[in-house]
Design a binder for this molecule. Structure first.
Ligand code: PHE
Ligand code: CO
Length: 284
């Protein structure tokens, strides 16, 4: 397996995970406690940041690049409160520090309230290229710039509300795939070519080129039902990426009530991660 960052999906229990879950509030938030980060942790951040920022031009979508240009994370692990002043002014979103992965319902409640949970710890040195769980670098570098885009910011809130609803309908597996293939591993087509908006790709040193032009991956035009039927790999690069035309398209496609869709999906077989369907529209 090629080394890549593997941010775990949110749809996992917090049992047995890293992070200090002992002193959190009932909504799983903690103080970021910025003063507690060690010098070597800031140094690791700077090295992760320098490596990754090189990969952004010509690969990340314009919305991501535009936000990143107004943010300066190069000096060390950012202070969430400082970013929050900018983010609140831009889209009314706010970062909250969490010990690590949080239960689904907690996660959805935060998103529905325009709060993005950010893991407070940073990976260890031996995980520099590869980490299984999301850490502060993935959460921050991958997700935060996109929260500055007004349409994407609204999509994330709608996703949180949709998550609360899906949980009540026993339909989380379908909704989790939508998150995976958009928020974490989404591609968007621009006049300049294919670009990345998925956080799992943007925070990975090696998946970007595989995703955008790799010969061993397929890029398929976004189709909501196709996405929700598709299993995904968490232990290797994705084999299939779904490409949207715009964030408006994504927002509109996901606006309808999903309850009837979940009933349809229950009758359809799941598709393996490497499935190639005759009706797939490939995007070059
Ligand atoms: N329209 C979805 C529903 O009814 C809500 C949603 C919006 C889910 C955007 C995901 C993303 O459940
Ligand atoms: Co993530």
């Amino acid at each position: 397996m090629t080394s890549a960052e593997r941010p775990a999906n949110h749809g996992e229990s917090s049992h047995g995970l890293r992070g200090d879950y002992g002193r959190m509030r009932p909504d799983y938030t903690v103080d970021q406690d910025h003063a507690a980060y060690e010098a070597d942790e800031h140094d690791r951040w700077r090295r992760l940041y320098r490596r990754q920022i090189e990969l952004v031009p010509g690969r990340a979508c314009a919305e991501y690049e535009a936000s990143l240009a107004t943010l300066d994370y190069a000096a060390g692990i950012p202070r969430f409160e400082v970013v929050n002043r900018q983010l609140d002014a831009a889209t009314g979103w706010r970062l909250v520090a969490v010990p690590g992965l949080v239960p689904d319902l907690v996660f959805f409640e935060h998103l529905a309230g325009r709060r993005f949970p950010v893991t407070r710890w940073i990976r260890e040195e031996h995980e520099f290229d590869y980490i299984v769980e999301p850490d502060v670098f993935h959460d921050f570098f991958g997700h935060v710039p996109m929260l500055f885009d007004p349409v994407f910011a609204d999509y994330m809130e709608a996703y949180g509300k949709g998550g609360l609803k899906a949980a009540g309908l026993g339909s989380l597996k379908w909704l989790a795939r939508l998150y995976w293939y958009t928020v974490e591993f989404g591609l968007i087509r621009s006049s300049a070519g294919l670009r990345v908006y998925g956080a799992g790709i943007l925070s990975s040193p090696s998946e970007i080129d595989h995703a955008v032009r790799g010969p061993r991956s397929r890029r398929v035009a976004f189709d909501l039902v196709r996405v929700m039927r598709s299993l995904y790999r968490i232990d290797a690069f994705q084999e299939t990426y779904f490409v949207i035309e715009s964030f408006d398209q994504l927002f509109e496609a996901t606006r309808p009530d999903f309850a009837p869709l979940y009933r349809e999906l229950a009758a359809l077989p799941e598709l393996p991660a490497n499935a190639a369907l005759p009706e797939d529209r490939l995007v070059a």
